[in-house]
Design a binder for this molecule. Structure first.
Ligand code: GUE
Length: 281
């Protein structure tokens, strides 16, 4: 079997076109232009690249965006004050604080300060909790994008065995919760898992979000599985995922590339969440 490529770039383009239309309609009917504020602190080069990608994406769909590029020496107090102002700003419907934050700043405290209704990353405890309860909420962008990719294959999720590698609060855990909501039987594997291969081998749907290049080899994957590679690591100036693409391509039915898979979907979902937040007003 040769896997079909699950093209996140193409799907994200389709989604962005729909968002652009919905924004026009929202502007016409209610006079609202969705607005996203992005806060970045420090001068990490990769983080700045991501932020400029987000700015461009906003522009491409007709969304308002405002960036705050702050020095790495900013205090937690100052950062919280900016969030308070954005919480009160009528033009802003979504607030994103780019992670990681400089040392000494409490990430949880910062995320909890964003109004849950403007938390388009879905990182506030209220939104995590609503996801856990199966209630309507703002869902973290990467997990949401992963589910969209799986649904795009047309293969039903219900009743399948889904294995998620990684248990971070921003990818692994919410992805597992979303798969459960879709009626998959879900296994979460992590760094303390004994015999990773035995779990992975039985996965109809495999999502790897470990950040370990070459973690998933061809001989670990079940014939015909859907494989989503949510790993991102820069190796010799190149972006690489967790999956050995050439090996797994021969075994899986569908496979996401890196780059061009989960990454572009994350940005499309960020726009979708901001639109949703603007529509909830
Ligand atoms: N509060 C917060 N929210 C985030 O959503 C968030 C964050 N902090 N911190 C950093 C990570 C990283 N992230 C990516 C988004 C898009 C691509 C993406 O589009 N990547 C392209 C290519 C990029 C390249 O070539 O370098 C791709 O995979 O094809 C990657 C990574 C969002 N993050």
């Amino acid at each position: 079997m040769t896997a079909k490529i699950l093209d996140g770039k193409k799907l994200s383009k389709e989604i962005k076109e729909k968002i652009a239309n919905d924004i026009k309609a929202l502007q016409k009917s209610k006079g609202i232009i969705p607005g996203l504020a992005v806060i970045i602190a420090g001068d990490d080069e990769a983080s700045h690249v991501y932020v400029s990608m987000k700015e461009k994406a906003c522009e491409s769909v007709g969304m308002y965006s405002k960036s705050f590029k702050l020095p790495g020496t900013i205090t937690q107090e100052e950062l919280l004050k900016i969030i308070d102002e954005l919480n009160d700003d009528e033009k802003i419907h979504g607030i994103l604080v780019q992670l990681p934050l400089p040392p000494g700043i409490d990430e949880r405290m910062v995320n909890e300060r964003i109004l849950p209704s403007k938390d388009i990353d879905g990182f506030h405890a209220i939104n995590h909790g609503r996801l856990f309860l199966g209630e309507d909420s703002l869902i973290p962008c990467t997990p949401k994008g992963i589910i969209e990719l799986i649904k795009y294959t047309g293969v039903p999720i219900s009743g399948k065995h889904a294995v998620v590698i990684g248990r971070s609060n921003i990818v692994g855990k919410p992805t597992a919760m979303l798969l459960l909501r879709e009626n998959a039987t879900v296994t979460i594997c992590h760094s303390k898992t004994k015999d990773l291969t035995s779990h992975v081998r039985s996965a109809d749907i495999l999502v790897s979000a470990a950040g370990i290049p070459n973690l998933v080899r061809g001989n670990m994957v079940k014939e015909g599985a859907i494989v989503i590679d949510a790993g991102t690591r820069v190796v010799e100036d190149k972006l690489v995922g967790d999956v050995n693409f050439n090996e797994v391509e021969k075994i899986a039915s569908w496979l996401t590339p890196v780059p061009g898979g989960v990454g572009p979907m994350t940005i499309a979902m960020l726009l979708q969440n901001t639109l949703k937040a603007a529509m909830m007003k």
